[in-house]
Design a protein around this ligand. Sequence first.
Ligand code: AMP
Length: 217
Amino acid sequence: MRIVLLGAPGSGKGTQAQRLQAEHGFTQLSTGDLLRSAVAQRTALGLEAKAAMDAGALVSNQIVLGMIGERLAEPDTAAGYVLDGFPRNLEQARALEAMLAELGQALDAVVLMRVDFEILMKRLTGRRTCSKTGKVLNVYFSSKAELDECIAAGGELLQRDDDNEETIGRRLKVYDSETAPLVDHYRDAGLLRVVEARGSVEEVYARFLAALGINVQ
Ligand code: AMP
């Protein structure tokens, strides 16, 4: 399956995509992760993207489209993938359609993760990534055992640079003005499925699989 995950920052796209990759073999393609890795490696592209990311703005379509075009051409996408954080505006959505047409592929579903503003804020301010395992955790919602597991493995709980209140506010505004219009775009295309993204990771994952029509054994 080829899936797009839509939803505000903090709606749980990355967590659910990671899980779907681990359990069902769909490759997670996260433009945020690709950009953070370019920033960490100090590539020219990363340096250019960093200012926009720190400001909570979108990185230019030119950079993001180049990156995702290369990634979609890699062999691990053949068994299906979940696009996480892409597309984020109409121009990117149209460019994706053109890229897929060129590859002779089509999207199977676009899943909107719907969640209230108060929950988004807690998910974003509390979010931490384990430096050892890459697992996304949350100081408000993860169990003590999960948090301790990272430390016991020799990892640190890292907070993303853009997960501070000021930048979070800007990212949520950008979502409303630039990304939310994609909901109507994909509803009109007959691809949209909506998942209520409140509750535990387990609960959301069960709704997510149901929305995709994937049976749980
Ligand atoms: P994310 O990890 O998806 O929350 O993305 C983190 C940041 O990376 C965003 O706030 C943007 O600055 C940038 N970014 C990620 N994906 C895109 C995209 N598709 N288009 C433009 N900017 C993006």
